[in-house]
Design a protein around this ligand. Sequence first.
Ligand code: MSP
Length: 639
Amino acid sequence: MEGKFYVTTPIYYVNDVPHIGHAYTTVAADILARFNRLIGKKVFFLTGTDEHGQKVYKAAQQTGRTPKEHADMLCDNFKRLWKKLDITNDAFIRTTDEEHVKVVQSMLQALFDKGEIEKRLYSGWYCTHDERFWTEKEIIDGTCPECNRSVDRIEEENYFFLMSRYYDPLIKFLRDNPGYIEPESRRNEVLGFLRSNPLGDLCISRPRRRLSWGIPLPFDDNFVTYVWFDALLNYYSATGYLAAPSDGASWWPPDHHIVGKDILTTHAVFWSAMLMALGLPLPRNLFAHGWWTLSGKKMSKSLGNVVDPFDIVSRYGSDQFRYFMFREVSFGLDGDFSESALAGRINSDLANDLGNLANRTIAMANKYFDGVIPQPDGVDLELKSLAEGILLKLEDSLMKLRYEKALDAIWELVTYLNKYVDTNKPWVLAKDEATKGRLRTVMYSLLEGLRFLSLYLYPFMPGAASSLYKVLTLGDISEANILDATNWGSLSYGVKLVGLPQLFPRVELPGAAAHVDTVHGTVADAATSAVLSDLISIEDFARVKLKVGRVISAEKVKGSNKLLKLQVDTGQPRQVVAGIGKHYSPESLVGKSVIIVTNLKPAKLMGVESQGMILAASNGDNLSLITIEGELPPGSTVK
Ligand code: MSP
């Protein structure tokens, strides 16, 4: 179908509660779905739950429920999380849906009738946890190579999908379609795996006496279907009974299956071969993203280090979490989750860059034009072409699932607009009648810039984007068409703005609140809050150890345009991360004597350790480092 877009997430097991890994994949798909709707495509965005198999059966047994009761309960957790994260899935499939079961059975029958499925006596090593057989060569000291649990020797009759027949066609397909598996490194891994391991046939049944919780084979009631064979078919079955009618045309094949790297093989090999055998077109793309770890360790229930997305979203907000996940790590690579990195991003990119831009623009429009969008007196062409040009970059990056690149492109506009305020100084233009025309152009351009930003940001941060759009009185952003809307100058003047809630309140860095506040803020801010909250004694103040430090070297923190990493001599070498990159170039700092708080708890900012804080004074957008008069050696005490 012309103009359609079909994207899927894996269907998640209902043996456990959702964690940030599940949230990551689902938000990734949501961003694509929202963007494609915004460019006018008909979208089918599918997610759901995988409810059969040993894992779910066991989890249910442990809680004394039937597997179906257990699945009903746990699938609700996923649905609740998707609401909380503003996920706009068009359908939610459950593999226990009657319609899905029918499709699986009819596909099995079709393959059986075509001679693609055969019954055989099989003996091998079986891992109950992973629900799969391993060969003698694959097991390691009697344990499963995947989960290290012990495996059992099993000899039984089972049904096999003759997957080995698809060895050559699969390799050919992968070679002929370089974009089928992405990132490229993963495609090479799959090809490498296929070249070094002749493809065996796939055992697709489990005898009922061993596992009853599955879809019965239509041609032999003594067996149920292997859970992966059933699960993978969800992508196809859903198009028949869950997708909105598509003018007689088929939703199949999907544009993207987004999966974690852990389940790429099942998709790239099993699923591709199944589709070939069924005579169905293969999806356009399988994208395997990386893994989120916590302090470098895999998250797991047994290690007790699973990050709960409900908790994170409640404390930091859905937009903030969505933004962080896609800004912090290139899609495809692994990332280490840390709350301080999340808080750092919120304070620097969202509160300082974007929130500040929106708040001061609206505040100035209120002050100078009573909140009415002014008629411009001309067009700033550089800004117009930058703003309009981002659409192509956005489209190009999102087509390739380069989320971080898309955000880079959007941030070019955020940065430009912030500079635009600083260089045009509306507060100066407002003082003189002769520059009122220019003031109108500048303020109109800023508001028009916010309109562009809301459209561009909508797929990533739908909450903030909708609020901005509403302030500009443009209605419901989800109904906008970005292609029509990105003509510079289409914002109507003469319209009254309607308020703006503070978009991104600053957050405290976990365990190092003072640190971040001052690194990103100013001494003046700290002083104000002290006066407001309470007075301190001289003893309190004396607890802060201040020293003169000489900057030995300075460089930008990768991925941030604000943070600089400084090596400072304070009598001892120490590393300090400071949010002064917009005001000082790294080179200009080398050799400077600055004042450092030396007894702050170390903290990590965007993954870089900071062992102190540098003092600066600021007033609005101006910031100046505090230094010393005359010469004093590094390490001198400041009192
Ligand atoms: N039920 C199967 C998938 C069947 S698809 C036909 C399954 N389910 S799962 O609940 O284990 O979910 C796995 C998926 O969750 C991963 O592929 C990935 O999308 C996501 N993640 C789970 N943990 C993750 C991380 N720690 N990091 C990133 N994503 C991970 O496998």
